[in-house]
Write a protein that binds this ligand. Sequence first.
Ligand SMILES: NC(=O)c1ccc[n+]([C@@H]2O[C@H](COP(=O)([O-])OP(=O)(O)OC[C@H]3O[C@@H](n4cnc5c(N)ncnc54)[C@H](O)[C@@H]3O)[C@@H](O)[C@H]2O)c1
Length: 251
Amino acid sequence: MGVLDEKVAIVTGAARGVGEGIATALAKEGARVAVVDRDAITAEETAARLRGWGAEAHYFHCDIRVTAEVDACVAQVVERWGTVDILVNNAVATSAGMAVQDITDEDFDLVWQTGPRATLAFMRACYPHLRGGGRVVNLRSGSEFQTLFGYGHYIAAKSAIGGLTRAAAREWGRDGITVNAVCPFVLSPASEAFFADKPQQLERIISGFSIPRTGDAEADVGRAVVYLVGPDAGYVTGMTLSVDGGAVFTA
Ligand SMILES: NC(=O)c1ccc[n+]([C@@H]2O[C@H](COP(=O)([O-])OP(=O)(O)OC[C@H]3O[C@@H](n4cnc5c(N)ncnc54)[C@H](O)[C@@H]3O)[C@@H](O)[C@H]2O)c1
């Protein structure tokens, strides 16, 4: 018996990293998990791993930059499991860091399309199914508050997701839908690649945290999402939960 038994959850970018951890935590609480990603090989492996633990999980291919693919993906999930109760907008793609004056339209478009625009596309497509008790969790970033040198395009996109989260929370509460956000700190493939050539910077950052370690995608971030989408958080909306060991205090 899990707190999410019978619930249908979509997790974007669930093939690896933070999304995989969230998908795993939801599956272990009994949710049927749609592992949504464009990386078919890794996502199929993740879905198979969840099924190996007795969970109901399935890979749904989607390039979240393409709204028609988002609509088709949500329709396929509904066709398979009848509805969508939980939506976790986790996937994002960004180009490497660069000074603000060097950010190109292409750099901005990539993070904008995979960030706020895809988040909106999934929220819009899922809305009819979420009405009457649905939950949305969007992934933001502590870099919005602390800034991250060279990532203006990413910070702008994440801030837009914060705005969308608050706006939807304000409007959708009357529909019985809560909309919250999470700021994680986890060594995922993306963050490992970011710190690969600067291990000392990573060490320095972590040693400054109130809880000086990296987060666990499942045990820390995934469990926080289980709370936000579970029965104990029905009166919580429009909030952003930092699951980052107190990194927020190092700004
Ligand atoms: N890792 C951290 O410490 C950290 C910190 C702050 C915020 N976040 C946020 O958490 C989320 C996950 O981060 P992560 O570090 O696990 O990232 P990651 O790059 O390791 O994983 C992202 C996943 O999204 C998928 N994806 C990318 N583009 C896609 C597309 N167009 N269509 C479908 N799927 C696509 C990738 O295939 C991958 O599986 C992101 O929103 C990120 O901004 C992470």
